[in-house]
Design a binder for this molecule. Structure first.
Ligand SMILES: Cc1cc2nc3c(=O)[nH]c(=O)nc-3n(C[C@H](O)[C@H](O)[C@H](O)COP(=O)(O)O)c2cc1C
Length: 331
């Protein structure tokens, strides 16, 4: 039974929603809305923000929702609540991704607190990394973080597998760049320098030259790379690809996509707490035939959900978010 006042619960729920807002999402579409009723928070997908061409099935929308759900869970722990989560609780309401009931509990464990502290600091990287290799025990810890959520993070150690991933990423990128509809979809979600938009990937979300072996979705945006805010950071030493890794799930249901999102955010926050950032290259996964090829030939039959590079990075990266008032329905 809750021993907190309704005001305390309402304040905690709002803080949890503030944390959800800072989750990563595909092209920063922030495809979610949240509602608070008493001690229950509900998380919904917002189909108006789905990428209709690159993400017709809504897989990336649900991965993004899973990341937001993880933030809610961690924030509630930080605030002294045990989140009781029901994922996809109502088959008649497919957009309802999860309900989270807040149960009064004791103080959060140290690791949850560590992850909570990274929610607003974590940033997506879009360039090369420094040459410093990731410590092996940290890589093992990241793998363990993913598996806690029912996902699997596999570091790609073989040169051949890395070349396959890079080749398919390039192939997918070239096809997308040549496709007017897909190009327009990217442009719709990228903010030019000086934009005041609160969603999409802003110009300051890029630092330095992107890795040419792994092109970025936003290469085609056309504006100059580099930090338009005038950062003096020297990027010349950040030329390493970093550690390439694939996040997979054993199945490919909507539950799996939500698990992938929660696993992703757990990995990213743990990495961030150790000074490690991630860059994503999801183009090949946006073509069912390429995704199936990767599943069979690179992922040992598991379903690839995210392709990423992990490493130590220089330079500040910026991002934007919609205000809580835009995503929260309070009763
Ligand atoms: C499912 C998913 C797919 C993503 N794909 C890419 C990608 O292909 N390229 C990229 O640069 N960022 C990708 N991102 C990262 C988002 O662009 C990023 O989370 C968003 O712009 C918010 O910025 P932040 O992560 O720095 O807060 C992806 C994120 C998610 C959750």
């Amino acid at each position: 039974m809750n021993t907190r006042t309704s005001d305390e619960i309402a304040r905690a729920a709002r803080t949890a929603v503030e944390a959800a807002v800072w989750a990563p999402s595909v092209h920063n579409t922030q495809p979610w809305s949240l509602a608070v009723r008493g001690d229950e928070i509900s998380l919904r997908a917002d189909p108006d923000r789905k990428l209709r061409l690159a993400d017709a099935a809504g897989r990336q929308m649900l991965i993004s929702g899973g990341a937001a759900l993880f933030d809610v869970r961690i924030a509630l722990r930080e605030l002294g609540y045990e989140p009781e989560v029901r994922v996809l609780p109502d088959p008649d309401r497919p957009l309802l991704l999860a309900t989270i009931r807040m149960r009064a509990a004791g103080q959060a464990d140290e690791h949850s607190r560590l992850l909570y502290g990274e929610i607003k600091k974590r940033r997506t990287h879009r360039a090369g990394f420094t040459d410093a290799p990731l410590p092996e025990d940290l890589v093992e810890a990241l793998v363990a973080q993913a598996s806690t959520e029912g996902a699997c993070l596999t570091p790609v150690r073989s040169e051949a597998a890395m070349r396959v991933l890079a080749a398919l990423t390039n192939a997918a990128q070239d096809v997308q760049s040549d496709d007017r509809g897909m190009s327009l979809e990217i442009i719709r979600w990228s903010g030019p320098p000086g934009s005041v938009r609160q969603d999409g990937v802003p110009a300051r979300g890029h630092t330095g030259e992107p890795r040419r072996t792994f092109p970025q979705h936003f290469d085609q945006r056309g504006y100059a790379w580099g930090n338009p805010c005038g950062s003096e950071t020297d990027q010349s030493t950040s030329t390493s690809t970093g550690l390439v890794a694939v996040l997979t799930t054993p199945g490919d249901s909507r539950e799996d996509w939500l698990a992938a999102g929660q696993g992703l955010q757990r990995v990213l926050l743990h990495a961030s707490a150790h000074g490690v950032r991630a860059a994503f290259h999801t183009q090949a996964l946006e073509f069912p035939e390429l995704r199936e090829f990767l599943r069979q030939h690179v992922c040992s039959g598991a379903f690839p959900q995210m392709i990423m590079r992990l490493g130590l990075a220089q330079g500040e990266v910026g991002s934007v978010r919609r205000p809580v008032s835009d995503v929260l329905e309070e009763n």
